[in-house]
Design a protein. Structure first.
Length: 275
């Protein structure tokens, strides 16, 4: 007898996935294996999915700890390299370090040996220029199975050009009040150029820094600040997407398929499915 798939409504999924998941979370330091950064994992689990996250321009990694911890509580190993923190951020170098981060996740038995990552369940994600760097990295690595960007920014070399080479499913969350990287020339353009299944959502009330957490002096130069609404939506959609594509969990399909007032479904090509 076929196993019955229990799905939640979009509203139920949004509320459930915006809260921490069932797994206790451990935090580690990537510097112990040679790369500055942080890693969050479930307390235990073998063959887990993993995502490497790229920070935005001038943003400390701590501004994404809540998102990384949240993903770990839902069973996804989440790590972020703390590199390229200066004003002359190299997207190419950050992209390379994202892939190195995944190498660490798959090549080292984590925790006390009770945690491991499945090399066939790898994803990249990032905010702002870190989102662009994630696209650059994905375009050069066939092992990447999913890509997520938050208020993605075009980069040098071009994330827009790189997007055409990415075959992995992509989810791009754009900020409607983004004056740093307006969606039309950044996230929207990247989504339109995407080489594989892709979805673009617009969060009408979010600013460029809405996905970040806490406060930072860079807010004096950049537009916006951390916003609870953007963080809630970001956590729910990123979690639903990674669980769907990396693990085949269809519980939250309705959230990914529904056009919400708070997260407009602007563009989609092919269904977001496990690969």
């Amino acid at each position: 007898m076929a196993r019955r798939v229990i799905t939640l409504t979009a509203k139920q999924a949004l509320e459930q996935l915006s809260r921490p998941g069932p797994h206790p979370v451990l935090r580690g330091d990537l510097a112990l294996v040679g790369l500055p950064g942080v890693i969050f994992t479930p307390q235990s689990g073998l063959g887990l999915p993993a995502v490497a996250f790229g920070h935005g321009w001038m943003q400390p990694v701590r501004r994404y700890h809540g998102l990384l911890r949240h993903l770990a509580s839902w069973g996804v190993v989440a790590a972020a390299p703390a590199v390229e923190r200066g004003p002359l951020l190299s997207s190419r170098v950050l992209a390379a370090n994202l892939l190195t981060t995944l190498d660490i996740c798959t090549g080292v038995r984590l925790g006390t040996g009770e945690i491991s990552v499945d090399p066939s369940r790898l994803a990249l994600a990032g905010h702002s220029m870190g989102g662009g760097a994630a696209v650059l990295a994905a375009s050069t690595a066939d092992r990447i199975r999913a890509v997520v960007t938050l208020a993605a920014t075009e980069t040098r070399p071009s994330a827009l050009d790189a997007a055409r080479e990415v075959r992995a499913p992509g989810l791009h969350l754009a900020a409607g009040e983004d004056r740093i990287a307006p969606p039309v020339g950044h996230a929207e353009a990247i989504a339109q150029a995407w080489g594989g299944p892709v979805q673009l959502r617009l969060l009408p009330k979010a600013s460029h820094l809405g996905f970040t957490e806490g406060r930072h002096w860079s807010e004096l130069m950049l537009d916006g600040s951390g916003e609870r609404g953007a963080q809630k939506l970001g956590r729910a959609f990123v979690t639903a997407f990674l669980l769907r594509v990396l693990t085949g969990d269809r519980t939250y399909d309705d959230l990914l398929d529904t056009d919400l007032k708070s997260a407009n479904l602007i563009f989609q090509r092919e269904a977001l499915r496990q690969r």
